[in-house]
Ligand binder design. Structure first.
Ligand code: PEP
Ligand code: MN
Length: 302
């Protein structure tokens, strides 16, 4: 790693790559995040009804998703918007896991709710608005569940890493970083997708990094292309909003893919994922070649 990055991110040694720690693989049920396989997490913004959730779970599973997303506690920017079904939504998520076999990721917004959400979810999501809620981060970490940490919409990369370090310091190594777009002067898209952050995070941190093209774009038409950018940037997976009838969604309908749109996105990603695999093999070969050269150089010195 470059010396200036070592210095810039020196406050968060726990999340940085080191000779001892090059990569963290987060186990979730029968799968691994950050272990080489590209993992797609998909589902509605909000859990609405049993039918909506089960139909979506079944559909995204068939199309290749490995994890079901869905919010039961929703951080809405208006008190008059739908706030989520709470415990009832968590129960629906657990039922969808039983039916589909998919692992569940769902947001926890308050420290008080951590034990309840951890009882039903396989991964706890910390939303963009909560990235700096340090007591929530610590409580989520102590639950022992993997934590999907979204970048604050106005947070720098260093601030994101500091929040991740709070979680690691509670003895929970299973953190997944998520780039979901940041606020800039641009208003044509909901947020500005920071692909550079993915590239940088993958270079400096051992933690898995995923991308959420839905909240970055704000418009479903842009989501498949941003997903492709995420793959090319080196992301370990995606978090994508999918709804059986986006026009009728109780939240974030405009950025949600319908079933056909999700199928097309997954199909169009295939060649890019094949390229990614090729690149992983090539890098692994290059790394082992470098190690051999290093050992030989040491022997010559001796
Ligand atoms: C969500 O995933 O639905 C969500 C609210 O995301 P964010 O915290 O990134 O806005
Ligand atoms: Mn949403």
């Amino acid at each position: 790693m470059r010396q200036d990055w070592q210095e810039r991110f020196a406050e968060t040694p726990g999340v940085l790559k080191s000779a001892r720690r090059q990569r963290t693989v987060v186990p979730v049920l029968d799968l691994e995040i950050g272990g080489g396989e590209f993992v797609t997490m998909a589902g509605p913004c909000s859990v609405e009804t049993e039918f909506q959730l089960l139909a979506t779970a079944e559909h995204v599973r068939r199309a290749g998703a490995r994890i079901l997303r869905g919010g039961a506690f929703k951080p809405r920017s208006s008190p008059y918007s739908f706030q989520g079904l709470g415990l009832e939504g968590l129960k629906m998520l657990a039922h969808a896991r039983d039916e589909s076999g998919l692992a569940i990721v769902t947001e926890v917004m308050s420290e008080r709710d951590v034990p309840m959400v951890a009882e039903y979810a396989d991964i706890l999501q910390i939303g963009t608005r909560s990235m700096e809620n340090y007591s929530l981060l610590e409580a989520a970490a102590r639950s022992g569940r993997p934590v999907l940490l979204k970048r604050g919409m106005m947070a720098t990369i260093a601030e994101l890493l500091r929040s991740a370090e709070f979680i690691l310091n509670q003895g929970n190594p299973n953190v997944i970083l998520c780039e979901r777009g940041i606020r800039t002067f641009e208003t044509a898209t909901r947020n500005t997708f920071d692909a550079g952050a993915i590239v940088l995070l993958k270079q400096i941190s051992h933690l898995p990094v995923i991308a959420d093209p839905s909240h970055a774009a704000g418009y479903s038409d842009l989501v498949p292309s941003l997903a492709r950018v995420a793959v090319a940037a080196g992301a370990d997976g995606l978090l994508v909003e999918v709804h059986p009838n986006p026009e009728k969604a109780w939240s974030d309908g405009g950025q949600s893919l319908d079933f056909a749109g999700f199928d097309e996105m997954m199909e169009d990603l295939e060649p890019w994922l094949a390229l990614r695999e090729l690149e992983c093999t090539r890098h692994a070969r290059r790394d082992s070649r470098r190690e051999t050269v290093d050992v030989r150089a040491m022997e010559t010195v001796r």
